[in-house]
Design a protein. Structure first.
Length: 478
């Protein structure tokens, strides 16, 4: 979910192919010509900066199509133009579907949110077996993320046809990162276990249960397992952008991400699904209530991540429910704005930087009539920069690493993850201790308590719709 930041600028000569579809007749909610042009411009800029070959965008307002378009090329070898209904891997947006399935079983009395996961996976022997279903849903289980927290495992995950028991074995015996309920750390391992829970509690295959019991009642049909043996019309090929050009992203077997990130879909279908969970009469009110419920940490403080695998945040004064997704060769973002009944979905075929979340935020501002975010680059003296430099430790949220490091270099504040960060990225000062990421002006660091020459004691990383605090590690203190 939380992106790694790549050095250097990406370049791309983009062929833009847009096929917008608009609602007509009474209640027309289509974007104006000016808005459509602004969306196309934002998409072109995003593709150039992120090195993405194709983007598909869909905007729903009140249950009707407000905007739908494809830009670029989904298959470079065969020169296939992107369409509004192209099919992409949606990565961790899969988690929202998995959470829905689990909460539906809870509403039916087949699963207890406060039962340990080993009650349903009776052969689970690892220390994470004591974590509750509720803790798995909101990433407070402490189970290490098998994708990026287990040394040496990444190459095996990318190129093998591991089955469910083999993937589980990768992380099952690992010690917990923290006591369940006390901290937050994004864990694909936890959501893998939730997929196995769906199978154990329902007695059916995870994908069958999703298709028949979660999606069919809502009229959702174009959700695919991610099994690359399937022939899927309009499938977008996943790429990586290198200095010398595009290469195919490393292939992955669908049971490696499984219930944590294997699904494929179209932008329109993801939008229809998301709005349906909030508005459809076929949706269980109990499940809807659970989806939008938060779970505080053990100390009583709030957790932004909700039971329905959604992050609730404030977007320029508006409530927003969102989740993003990244997997090899793809980046995706979807968001629902309940006060305006607007859904925005962005799907892309490259896991570049900035991610699809950045474009979703820009499109949302255009659709909702909000002003564009101003970007400045104020210069600071070495003395001023020294107030922010140093190591900061994340708590209670973790993002795979515990710390972020800031350094002053050539009159600019730079950042990198980890105490010994080497691949530092530039920041743009906006004034008052607020810095935008140099490669993503929709992400920022905001420092506190840096007045009157004092050193900042805390910084907030506002990225991917989340706000994560980090405390300054003062080496002069005992």
């Amino acid at each position: 979910m939380f992106e790694r930041f790549l050095a250097g600028a990406c370049w791309l000569l983009v062929l833009l192919v847009a096929r917008p579809l608009y609602a007509d007749g009474p209640g027309d909610v289509s974007l104006s010509a000016e808005q459509r042009a602004a969306v196309a411009s934002a998409a072109a800029d995003f593709m150039t900066r992120s090195g993405t070959a194709a983007v598909s965008i869909y905007v729903d307002r009140g249950g009707a199509t407000s905007y739908a378009a494809g830009f670029g090329v989904t298959d470079l070898e065969h020169d296939v133009a992107a369409r509004a209904d192209s099919v992409y891997a949606i990565g961790s947006i899969t988690k929202s579907f998995t959470a829905h399935a689990v909460l539906q079983l809870v509403a039916e009395g087949k699963v207890d949110l406060d039962a340990p996961i080993r009650q349903y996976l009776t052969d689970y022997q690892g220390p994470g077996g004591a974590a509750t279903v509720r803790q798995l849903l909101v990433h407070t289980s402490g189970i290490p993320n098998y994708v990026n927290e287990i040394p040496g495992i990444a190459p095996q995950l990318r190129r093998s046809e591991m089955q469910r028991p083999e993937v589980r074995k990768v992380f099952e015996s690992r010690p917990l990162a923290f006591a369940p309920g006390t901290q937050w750390s994004y864990s694909n391992s936890g959501y893998y276990l939730l997929g196995l829970l769906v199978e154990a509690a329902s007695g059916r295959d995870y994908y069958d249960y999703l298709r028949e019991s979660v999606l069919a009642p809502l009229g959702i049909k174009q959700i695919y397992t991610g099994d690359d043996r399937q022939v899927i019309a309009r499938r977008a090929i996943g790429y990586e952008k290198r200095p010398e050009g595009f290469i195919h992203a490393t292939p992955w077997y669908y049971l490696v991400p499984f219930s944590a990130g294997s699904l494929l879909s179209t932008a329109e279908e993801v939008a229809h699904y998301r709005r349906a969970t909030f508005k459809s009469a076929a949706m269980s009110p109990k499940v809807r209530e659970l989806m939008t419920s938060g779970v505080p940490f053990a100390d009583g403080s709030a957790n932004q991540y909700l039971l329905g695998a959604l992050i609730r945040s404030d977007f320029d004064g508006m409530t927003k429910y969102a989740h993003s997704g990244e997997i090899w060769g793809y980046s995706a973002a979807h968001a629902y704005y309940p006060q305006q009944d607007v859904t925005v979905v962005i799907l892309t075929n490259n896991k570049g930087q900035p991610t699809a979340v950045s474009l979703e935020r820009k499109v949302a501002r255009i659709v909702l009539g909000l002003p564009a975010r101003p970007v400045r680059d104020e210069k600071l003296t070495s003395k001023e920069l020294s107030r922010y430099a140093g190591e900061y430790r994340f708590a209670p949220y973790r993002i795979g690493v515990d710390t972020v490091t800031f350094q002053a270099r050539d009159g600019r504040l730079m950042f990198g993850y980890g105490a010994a960060a080497t691949n530092l990225q530039p920041l743009l000062h906006q004034g008052g201790g607020r810095f935008l990421f140099g490669n993503d002006d929709e992400s920022e660091f905001v420092f506190e308590d840096a007045r009157n020459g004092a050193h900042a004691r805390r910084v907030f990383m506002n990225s991917l719709n989340s706000s994560m605090p980090a405390q300054h590690v003062d080496s002069s203190r005992p």
